[in-house]
Design a binder for this molecule. Structure first.
Ligand SMILES: [Zn+2]
Length: 441
């Protein structure tokens, strides 16, 4: 009996000890983890190094060769693996898709939470949702900043700005956006939006390749950009035509959020974007997704793609069901040449996919495919990764805290089985995703 009591006490003490240590480990204040022996691609574009990565309190403490493991630290053996910063998407959409359809009715807190987890599983540590968010997004964004277990971090443009009777098409689930009729109305609406503290203002300015009867007027467009800048907000524009891009750049747009796809980019635009510091996001996978499924490419057969699909979408991609959009192959080729020219000309190339705008733009998968398309366009793997990490952190205005694996930055990274600098497709070989020092499940 006595012995039993002692055993029970010992067991209880063990349990209490376990609970206490579990708590101190998860409160984020006393946890040190050393990732040993990986090749570290730090996102700066520098040569990779074989090093140990020390993480304390969710932040990177050091990246150094053969560090002594601090007392009480956990050790993760990453020998033979490659570590890269978590990817950042600067053009995606949260909540719109559910199953095989995009609709504003899908934009619920539950659906967005689910998608943030999916992005995190695929190594996308930050998602910028451009223009169709419900007001609950601000709460989710702020909550996520204190809970690394909630999936990807959120940047939001709240509800964006389109045209009455024009873009974006309401049928695509974008029926909730602002559609100001006059410059005064536009300024007032930006002013209201600013009170919610969005990270961006999104504008749809063109006629969606001739499918809409009108474009945004110059006056409305300028009023939005100018009021946003007055409020300290950056503006990202849907774009297609080079003529619009020229005007937007001269008006001080911060981000062109798609490729220019009607004409080759010329030196004049390259110079203007460089001078103004305009960021360019190519969203090449958007264009590829208009036709690629018709070819039934090898990547469609893999689990990495299939596991990312919304339920019911695989049926839409069957050869007898999916219809490619005429001309879309040529458009992708032009977009690919344009991003290469802008990159070579020294324009800041960011990274985004338009994932989540419709079920064909598959969240999580799209980002890895985009890296491959950027490399096919002529960027090196290192340059493509840098666009999705360091440059995008700069685009979002957070390069002081994320985007690279340097001391003081958020411990958000992917552990990969193979080196993506040798073959960019290796970003898909994800062994583990850590965001803010927390292993994602
Ligand atoms: Zn979009």
């Amino acid at each position: 009996m006595k012995r039993h009591s002692l055993l029970l006490v010992a067991l209880l003490l063990t349990l209490v000890g376990y609970v206490i240590s579990a708590e101190t480990k998860t409160d984020g204040k006393s946890r040190t983890i050393v990732f040993k022996g990986a090749t570290v691609v730090d996102g700066t574009g520098k040569e990779p190094v074989k090093a140990d990565l020390v993480v304390r309190d969710g932040k990177i403490e050091s990246v150094a060769v053969s560090v002594a493991v601090p007392e009480g630290a956990e050790v993760v053996d990453a020998t033979g693996k490659t570590i890269i910063p978590a990817l950042i998407s600067a053009h995606s959409h949260l909540g719109l898709i559910k199953g095989p359809k995009a609709a504003s009715a899908n934009v619920t807190e539950e659906n967005v939470r689910r998608q943030l987890k999916q992005y995190a599983r695929y190594g996308i540590g930050t998602v910028t949702s451009l223009g169709a968010d419900g007001d609950f997004i601000y709460k989710l964004r702020d909550e996520r900043n204190n809970d690394a277990g909630a999936g990807a971090r959120v940047f939001t443009a709240g509800l964006g700005f389109g045209v009455a009777g024009g873009a974006p098409p309401a049928a695509a689930g974008l029926d909730q956006v602002h559609r100001p009729a006059t410059a005064e109305e536009a300024s007032a609406q930006v002013n209201e939006l600013a009170k919610l503290r969005p990270d961006f203002v999104k504008i749809w300015i063109d006629d969606f390749n001739g499918s809409m009867p009108i474009k945004m007027s110059r006056e409305v467009r300028r009023a939005i950009i100018s009021e946003a800048h007055k409020q300290g907000l950056r503006v990202a524009a849907h774009v297609y035509y080079i003529s619009d891009a020229r005007e937007l750049v001269s008006e001080g747009i911060d981000v062109l959020a798609h490729s220019i796809r009607d004409q080759p980019v010329d030196d004049e635009l390259v110079t203007a974007m460089k001078e103004k510091g305009t960021f360019y996001i190519a969203t090449l996978f958007l264009d590829e997704a208009f036709f690629a499924y018709a070819d039934q490419p090898e990547w469609m057969k893999g689990d990495f793609f299939r596991n990312a699909l919304e339920p019911g979408v695989a049926d839409l991609l069957k050869p007898d069901v999916f219809k490619p959009k005429p001309g879309s192959r040529e458009i992708l080729q032009l977009a690919s040449r344009n991003v290469k020219k802008l990159h070579d000309g020294g324009v800041k190339i960011g990274f985004g996919t338009d994932s989540g705008a419709n079920p064909y733009r598959v969240q999580g998968f799209a980002e890895h495919r985009e890296l491959q398309l950027m490399v096919a366009a002529g960027l090196t793997p290192s340059e493509a990764i840098r666009a999705a990490t360091r440059t995008n952190a700069e685009l979002l205005g957070v390069s002081d805290r994320t985007g690279t694996l340097e001391p003081g930055k958020q411990a958000s990274f992917l552990i990969l089985d193979d080196d993506p600098l040798e073959d960019i497709r290796n970003t898909e070989k994800i062994r583990a995703v850590w965001l803010d020092g927390k292993l994602q499940e």
